[in-house]
Design a protein around this ligand. Structure first.
Ligand SMILES: [Fe+2]
Length: 365
């Protein structure tokens, strides 16, 4: 009898699929989820797993890693390191299992390079996908997504364009909201201002912005939108991806109301002849003591593929580092991103000076 045999097989297949699904759901570690799959398909040889150390939120990055494993058959052993990535690498030394290091903020990434935790790689695919200013000339680090620092403005405000310098203009007195000046998102922006306008002009500018604040420089980026809705301020500086998150929040939710209260304008540096919008990055590097260097490069190359860049854009609302990738509709509504052409490595050089200026003008006091 063919039919009972067939149905028995189907039941077995369904059972195996359910077990796989359970394994995938119950464990955030993809290597565990992938293990039963090798039993189902023993003919496919398994490539060596890649070990990823990442400071990124698991929910944001896991879909990208899953897609990589599905496409290449290479499992990713992910270690989420919320704090103290450099300390951990230092403690592990040559024994470190890390193949790829992934983090946000150019400064954090360059700290890893400067402390000898990365190694140089060469990849034509990475060089072709990532503009030169957004990666290390020597192959030690690569930006994977962009986080533009933009103006949130009351949606009813008659305002079409904006320069970061405008934040200090007297017309905005008592109308500006921003998070702490010492937060890396702001020190990065202020460092870019130092690079463009010089230290004295940046100090003057920071005093002007401080004088225009509607409330203390504190809270998070989303609170800028919250306080615009609450009538506390009219404009503020914050990262663009939060608008994607807020505007995609459930209808009727608090965050949706915050997102719907604002419009986004991408400021430029008036001090620069060809000034664009300030971006920070998420990025990655191959670890100094990588045991699976080839796999590490393969993962990085996957993360700048059209498919992965589209996932960044659609799921995280970050801006793809690779030109021409489809954007989330909310992000697309902000128009094209013209990136400040100043190389990120140059911006990072002024980070410490920017931090000192924040203290000198008492920005956070
Ligand atoms: Fe953030």
């Amino acid at each position: 009898m063919h039919i009972p045999v067939l149905s028995h097989r189907l039941r077995l297949a369904a059972g195996a699929a359910a077990a796989l699904l359970l394994a995938a759901c119950s464990s955030p570690a993809p290597e565990q989820a992938a293990a039963p799959a090798s039993k189902v398909e023993p003919a496919v040889p398994k490539a060596a797993a890649v070990t990823l150390y990442t400071t990124r939120e698991p929910g944001l990055i896991q879909p990208l890693l899953d897609a990589f494993s599905r496409e290449t058959g290479v499992a990713v052993d992910t270690v989420f390191v919320r704090d103290g990535l450099p300390e951990r690498l230092r403690a592990e030394g040559e024994r470190s299992p890390a193949d790829v290091l992934m983090t946000v903020d150019t400064g954090n990434l360059l700290d890893l390079v400067e402390n000898g935790h990365t190694q140089a790689i060469e990849s034509a695919a990475l060089d072709a996908a990532i503009p030169a200013g957004l990666r290390d000339a020597n192959g030690h680090w690569y930006a994977l997504s962009l986080r533009d620092r933009v103006l949130y403005a009351d949606k009813d405000l008659a305002l079409e364009s904006f320069a970061y310098e405008d934040l200090a203009k007297p017309e905005w007195k008592g109308r500006v909201c921003i998070r702490a000046g010492q937060h890396p998102y702001n020190t990065s922006l202020f460092a870019a201002m130092v690079a463009h306008a010089g230290e004295a002009a940046t100090e003057e500018w920071l005093r002007g912005v401080k004088a225009n604040l509607a409330r203390a420089a504190a809270g998070g980026d989303r609170e800028v939108a919250r306080d615009i809705l609450g009538g506390i301020c009219d404009i503020g500086i914050a990262n663009a991806y939060y608008v994607g998150r807020m505007k995609h929040s459930e209808e009727g939710s608090e965050q949706r109301a915050w997102g719907d209260a604002i419009k986004v304008i991408r400021p430029v540096f008036a001090s620069a002849a060809d000034g664009g919008t300030h971006v920070n990055i998420s990025g990655a590097a191959v670890a100094r003591h990588a045991k699976n260097r080839a796999g590490a490069v393969r993962l990085l190359e996957y993360l700048v593929s059209d498919a992965a860049q589209s996932l960044y854009a659609q799921a995280n609302y970050e801006y793809p580092v690779k030109p021409g990738v489809a954007l989330d509709p909310v992000v697309a509504s902000f128009g094209e991103l013209k990136i400040d052409p100043l190389p990120l490595a140059e911006v990072v050089r002024y980070r410490k000076r920017a931090s000192e200026l924040v203290d000198r003008v008492g920005f956070d006091q």
